[in-house]
Ligand binder design. Structure first.
Ligand SMILES: Cc1ncc(COP(=O)(O)O)c(C=O)c1O
Length: 452
């Protein structure tokens, strides 16, 4: 996703979170104008007058004590509170180890670097994701190879993985995009059979589960983001989880200038031991994280209940195809609530107009990601001095690469079908869900008029 697109995604999340729009006052059945005239054409909106749950949530009475202690202690750099947060996150996710870092982007960069994925390698990834899932591959010098999506689940299609594996393939990055789990059992079976690393991009999938096992614990490493719009917001922040002690020691050392840590030990007094950088979380970020963690379980439950209810309410509207979860999913995170919009059932009303009409009815919504596999950063990486230096010419034939990395189903999802509601809307009431469904029904009933 380019910066423009990402900014507009984050703006959408921000707007939805701010409660710029509102929740219903009157059931549509009681008000002819609500029922008949679309708000976009001057009618009353389905939803008026009160705000969506704001985001992020901060409750001074419970959340500020620890933060103030940190601020007043003067110990602001990585120390006990960061270690406590890591311990809590590892326990929450069900992983032996956790390392916090500055953001999800660098959690991914670090995980790939410490699995020694780099120059010459290929890494399989979905095109339906945020830029960081792909840039971590290029950042380490490897080449991203795109696996098309299963449009029903919005995830990397496990049926299309094996055909993309070559002798250069080193790893798969399953991205549990929108907070809906990938089919990890199948992905792990393929990875184990083909001897590939799996780095889960769980940056949108806090607490999501397959058979009660949390996302981030299936692969060799799981990466999380705690950015402001996320279900577990710190402002900025990220984490890597893994059960592999030697790998986690390397990650720790890397995030702390390459200084010795655990099994990454040098001669006593000899100093820095490996190539590293500095990615440490601060004590005050950890204090915010600990406060947010207190409400994550309950919020996750609410999002699941509301998402299930809303899905049921809209699934029979012609042309509305809500997400499908794989059968073994016991919980999703619902960073976003996605469905596919098929304009044919709406008398040909284009998706852009559908979104406009829905927003006018008081329902914030977005068309989601655009096509990552066609963005200029890929070609520019191939043309960069580094890539030219390290790769033979035939592997940098961009025309051939672009052809081999076409993802027609992703194209349709991005350009025609996907519609998102943001996670904070799923913290609303049952009535809010009814009103969202009613607004979609209203647009459906008025599709012909709205087309003009
Ligand atoms: C799927 C995915 N991966 C990676 C990231 C990167 O996380 P961060 O913004 O914390 O760097 C994000 C953040 O938006 C994301 O959504």
């Amino acid at each position: 996703m380019d910066n423009k697109k990402e900014n507009s995604r984050r703006q959408f999340l921000k707007k939805a979170a701010k409660g710029a729009v509102a929740v219903a006052i009157a059931p549509a059945a009681l008000n002819t104008q609500v029922r008949t005239v679309p708000a976009l054409l001057g009618g009353d909106p389905v939803i008026t007058s009160h705000d969506w749950p704001s985001w992020p949530i901060w409750k001074p009475e419970t959340d500020e004590k620890r933060l103030l202690e940190v601020m007043r202690s003067g110990v602001w750099s990585r120390n006990k509170v960061v270690s406590e947060f890591e311990q809590r996150w590892a326990e929450t996710i069900g992983s032996r180890r956790c390392l916090s870092v500055v953001n999800g982007t660098n959690a991914l960069n670090t995980a790939l670097a410490q699995l020694e994925i780099g120059w010459g390698d290929e890494v399989l990834v979905t095109p339906y994701t945020f830029i960081a899932s792909v840039s971590c591959i290029l950042f380490n010098g490897a080449i991203p190879v795109f696996v098309d999506v299963d449009p029903e689940t919005f995830q990397m299609d496990p049926d299309k993985i094996e055909e993309k594996i070559t002798p250069h393939t080193k790893a798969i990055i399953p991205v549990h995009i929108l907070g809906l789990p990938c089919d990890m059992e199948r992905i792990m079976t393929i990875a184990n059979r083909r001897n590939l690393y799996v780095i889960e991009d769980a940056c949108q999938a806090w607490m999501a589960e397959i058979n009660h096992k949390k996302m981030g614990t299936f692969g060799h490493a799981g990466c999380f983001s705690f950015q402001n719009s996320k279900n577990m917001p710190i402002g900025e922040g990220g984490a890597i989880v893994s059960d592999d002690d030697a790998f986690m020691d390397r990650c720790f050392s890397y995030h702390n200038y390459g200084n010795p840590y655990g099994s990454v030990a040098g001669e006593v007094g000899a100093g820095t031991i490996m190539i590293g950088t500095k990615l440490r979380l601060t004590e005050y970020q950890a204090a915010i994280g600990l406060a947010q963690l207190e409400r994550l379980e309950e919020q996750t439950e609410t999002r699941n209940v509301n998402a299930g209810y809303l899905k049921n309410r809209i699934k029979d509207i012609p042309g509305i195809l809500p997400y499908r979860l794989y059968d073994n999913v016991t919980r999703a995170a619902f960073h976003l609530f996605p469905f596919r919009y098929q304009k044919e059932a709406f008398k040909g009303l284009p998706r852009g107009k559908f979104l406009e009409a829905l927003r006018a009815e008081g329902v914030p919504c977005s068309n989601g990601y655009s096509e990552l596999n066609k963005m200029p950063f890929l070609k520019n990486a191939f043309n960069s001095r580094f890539f030219q230096k390290f790769y033979p010419k035939e592997r940098l034939d961009y025309g051939k690469y672009a052809e081999e990395n076409k993802c027609p189903l992703n194209e349709k999802l991005c350009n025609e079908e996907a519609v998102w509601f943001s996670q904070n809307m799923l913290l609303g009431s049952k009535k809010d869900m009814d009103n969202m469904a009613m607004a979609i029904e209203k647009v459906y009933n008025n599709a012909e008029k709205l087309k003009i």
